[in-house]
Each structure stands twice: as C-alpha cells, then as structure tokens.
Design a protein around this ligand. Structure first.
Ligand SMILES: Cc1cc2nc3c(=O)[nH]c(=O)nc-3n(C[C@H](O)[C@H](O)[C@H](O)COP(=O)(O)O)c2cc1C
Ligand SMILES: CC(C)CC(=O)C(=O)O
Length: 344
C-alpha cells in the first residue's frame, strides 16, 4: 500500500498531502504547525520563492558534482536531516527508520534530544554520520552526561539549540491538546518543561570546554549573534527560525542569511534551514552563503508516508532537483555556486 502511494510522489509537497491521511490528527498538527499566526512559516517559503535565478548557458555540465566537505566530513551532497522530535508518533519504527533512510540517502542525520529511540539503538543501524541536537537542561550535569553518551555512540557533532528558552505560542498544538501517546517515551530528555531558560554564551563555552566533537549553535538569525558565535569559538552555526515554531514574525531564514554570511565572512561554516523544499532552494541558500542546508518537516512527512523508504525518497528527490538546478544554472560544482546565480 505505502509503496504504491509513494511511487506516485514526485516532489516534497506531495509528501505532506499523503501524510495527512497517514498520521493521527494530533501528530500532523504537531509537525505541520508553527507559532501564533504562522507568518514566519509562510515567509520562509515566500522568501525562497521570490528569489529569481540567473542562469549561465553554454557551460559544460556533463559532470555535476554535489560533494562538499563540512567539519571534516566529506559529504556527497549538502542536504542534512534537521533534528525533529518524536519520530514514533509519525511512524512505529520512529528514529530507526529515519536513520536507515538517511543511510540509504547518504545524509547526515541530526538526532533530536527529544528522540523517541535511544542513541545507542540509532547508532546500531546508522551507516552515515549522526550528530546530536542538544537541548540544555537546568540540570547541567544531565546535559554533560548526554554529551558524553553522544560521543560514546559516535555522534560527530553537537548542534546546541539556542532559539528555544521557551517554546512559542503554538496554538494549533494547544487546540489538539498535544501530548505523547501512551508507550512513546523520550529516553534522553524526559520532560520538555525541564529545558533551561538561563542558557547564555557562557554555557556554550562550558560545553566547548569538555566536548570532544565540534559544537555548533542552532537558531541564529541576528548577525550580531553570529559574530558572538564566531568569537565564542563554535565550529559552525545554523541559521534557523525553528521553522516558525517559536517566535512568530521573525524573518525568513533566507532573508537573514546574506547578512549573517557577510558578518561571518567564511570564518566558520554556515548551515541554514527553514522552508527548503526544492532543489532550487538548496541552490539559493548556497548562493547566499550557506555551506549546507537541513530539512525538517518533509522528513517527518516522508517518514509518516513510508518509513525509511519515505525518508530516502524525500532526500533523493531534493538531491536530484538540486543537481538539475546546478546543471540548468551552469554550475557544475558547489564551489562555483555564488551570488552570480541570483537575479538582481
Ligand atoms: C515536528 C518538528 C519538530 C522539531 N523538533 C526540534 C527539536 O527537537 N530540536 C530542534 O532543535 N529543532 C526542532 N525542530 C526544528 C527543526 O530542526 C528545523 O529547524 C526546522 O524544522 C527546519 O525547517 P523546515 O521544517 O521548514 O525544513 C523541529 C521542527 C519540526 C517541524
Ligand atoms: C519538544 C520540543 C521543544 C521540540 C521542538 O523543538 C519542536 O517541537 O519544535
């Protein structure tokens, strides 16, 4: 059943349409919704759509190379799986299916702190690099233990989420009384309300003082914060507005990206997420200063539609579209993608 329906899917938007019928209403609302009036959710997409491309013709594009290196990793393509919580509410195999899907698609999988499967189990099935997204809790020793467990399980980087001292006004989650179903647990985080509200740059320094793997901060929108991140010595930043789930009416990430890229000036890698749905979106993000992108919601919908296979298909479609976008704009390698590809 799943296989036939998935076979008919040709783009990432199709996954959401199919996922509506596959997910419980509560799970769908959890994944699909943003904060408050969802302006930022819409702006993420509208801002990407509004950017026009400037193709160069008569360039030899017989060999398209999407490979890139990031924090010491050689990646066949620059598309990562963004950390999203609670995969077992989307598919019974949860994060194990996501990790298998990532493996088949040669993608880095950033596991959420709110994973419903332990890192140990995920690491057993993963064949591509895992990173851990870290929510810091009031109990700092708990956080230290989690970092050490991530290192022990072979995670290759930490993404510390810094845009969620509190979750946003998630009205759609409130309307469905969002709660985890019986039998679904978060082995590394227990309680969403135990997140710390007192996280500062000092904590990032503290994490860096003992972490043996690169520390990135996820949730940067303000260029001055990007500068602080560089000064604090983090290994990279993720330009993100949490898919519009926290502070509504912040700008689209693609709008914030050029200013941040200018400030960072290639001193550390920049990743970006928020509304990436098309290969042309990946191209635009790279052209405006990102080294790599992450996708969140489409992975959840792919997982809901077809488990590991759905996740692989989401990534495969996006990667293929990205290759098409490179060929059609006359860019054979990632290094060649710069702002000349944007119509001004
Ligand atoms: C269902 C869902 C759960 C999420 N859970 C987390 C999380 O646990 N930790 C985190 O840092 N970000 C979380 N995010 C934010 C994503 O990592 C990412 O920033 C965002 O989804 C990217 O935008 P996109 O979904 O439009 O691709 C979540 C997003 C969604 C949609
Ligand atoms: C448990 C939540 C704080 C996870 C999250 O980051 C989200 O739902 O956006």
């Amino acid at each position: 059943m799943d296989k036939i329906e998935i076979a008919g899917i040709v783009n990432l938007f199709d996954f959401e349409k199919l996922a509506v019928s596959k997910m419980t209403n509560m799970a769908y609302e959890y994944v699909a919704s943003g904060a408050a009036d969802e302006f930022t959710v819409r702006w993420n997409r509208q801002a990407l759509d509004a950017i026009k491309l400037n193709p160069t013709v008569l360039v030899d594009v017989s060999q398209i190379d999407t490979s890139t290196s990031l924090l010491g990793l050689d990646l066949p393509h620059p598309i990562l799986i963004a950390p999203t919580a609670y995969h077992k509410i989307m598919h019974p195999e949860g994060e194990l299916a996501t990790a298998r899907g990532a493996g088949a698609a040669e993608a880095v999988y950033v596991v959420s702190s709110f994973t419903t499967t332990s890192l140990e189990e995920i690491a057993k099935v993963a064949t591509e690099p895992l990173w851990l997204q870290l929510y810091v809790r009031d109990d700092r020793s708990f956080t230290k233990d989690l970092v050490q467990e991530a290192e022990y399980q072979g995670c290759m980087a930490l993404c510390v989420t810094v845009d969620t001292p509190v979750a946003g006004a998630r009205n759609r989650q409130q309307r469905v009384n969002f709660a985890l179903p019986n039998g679904v647990h978060t082995p590394h985080m227990h309680d969403a309300f135990a997140l710390t509200k007192s996280l500062t740059w000092k904590d990032i320094e503290w994490l860096k003082s003992f972490a043996k793997i690169p520390v990135l901060v996820k949730g940067i929108l303000n260029p001055d914060d990007a500068e602080k991140a560089v000064e604090t010595g983090v290994s990279g930043i993720v330009v993100s507005n949490h898919s519009g789930r926290n502070l509504d009416t912040v700008p689209a990430t693609i709008e914030a990206l050029p200013r941040i890229a200018e400030k960072v000036n290639k001193r550390i890698p920049i990743l970006m997420d928020g509304g990436i749905r098309r290969g042309t979106d990946v191209l635009k993000a790279i052209a405006l200063g990102a080294n790599a992108v992450l996708v969140g919601k489409p992975i959840c919908f792919g997982l809901a539609c077809g488990g590991a296979e759905g996740v692989t298909k989401v990534l495969g479609i996006l990667r293929n579209e990205f290759e098409l976008a490179m060929a059609l704009t006359g860019k054979a390698t990632i290094a060649e993608i710069d702002s000349s590809v944007i119509w001004k």
